[in-house]
Design a protein around this ligand. Structure first.
Ligand SMILES: Cc1cc2nc3c(=O)[nH]c(=O)nc-3n(C[C@H](O)[C@H](O)[C@H](O)COP(=O)(O)OP(=O)(O)OC[C@H]3O[C@@H](n4cnc5c(N)ncnc54)[C@H](O)[C@@H]3O)c2cc1C
Length: 169
């Protein structure tokens, strides 16, 4: 049986440049976060895994490293890391999402778009019945919907099954 000592880092004080270097925490990338590979391993350090707010991971859809502060992302990443500690070699490729309720306006966001080339708006924003696609070329990187839950779920399904882009690790 392998001992697996967990180390929490998500509650480190986050500054504009990310987390400050901390004793016991793996080397940070240029953004102040812990880089991990698709298996939630910290590259270059044998048998060290990381997950949650403190990490940036290779997003299979954009091919870029991303970081998302979200409970479900941290939870799913932790599950993948745990399985891989046991030797399963599962890839972390969950689609990030969040929803928020602003009085009577429910907003769903699925995917991840730090930048985009075009916005495709369908419906009527003022009537609170719309979807907004953040696109790069033909690819939808993220979708925001108001009162269109089914469209949001379909987009999440499509993103989950979209061909993965090559990335560095
Ligand atoms: C105010 C606020 C509101 C939020 N609201 C939402 C929301 O509505 N929905 C949502 O999805 N997400 C929300 N989030 C984000 C969500 O809480 C985080 O994404 C999630 O908790 C990240 O989990 P984590 O395990 O990476 O880090 P954390 O939950 O921060 O866990 C890190 C753990 O490590 C421990 N720790 C720290 N340093 C050490 C150390 N040196 N040794 C041992 N243990 C240590 C800490 O005590 C802590 O228990 C919110 C965050 C904040 C701050």
């Amino acid at each position: 049986m392998t001992a697996v000592p967990p180390l929490g880092a998500g509650a480190l004080k986050l500054t504009e440049g990310g987390f400050p270097a901390t004793p016991g925490v793996p080397a940070l990338d240029g953004h102040g976060f812990i880089p991990i590979d698709v298996h939630c391993r910290v590259p270059g350090i044998e048998r060290v895994f990381a997950a949650g707010d403190a990490v940036r991971w290779p997003d299979p859809r954009s091919g870029e490293r991303i970081r998302v502060e979200h409970w479900v992302v941290a939870e799913r990443q932790g599950q993948t890391a745990a399985k891989n500690m046991l030797g399963l070699r599962e890839r972390f490729d969950a689609v990030p999402f969040f929803w928020s309720q602003h009085y009577d306006v429910p907003i769903n966001y699925v995917g991840y778009a730090e930048s985009w080339e075009s916005l495709q708006i369908d419906g009527d924003i003022s009537r609170r019945d719309c979807s907004v696609r953040y696109k790069k070329g033909e690819q939808t990187m993220a979708l925001v919907t108001i009162s269109r839950d089914v469209e949001s779920l379909k987009a999440e399904f499509e993103m989950e099954h979209a061909a993965a882009k090559p990335h560095s690790g």
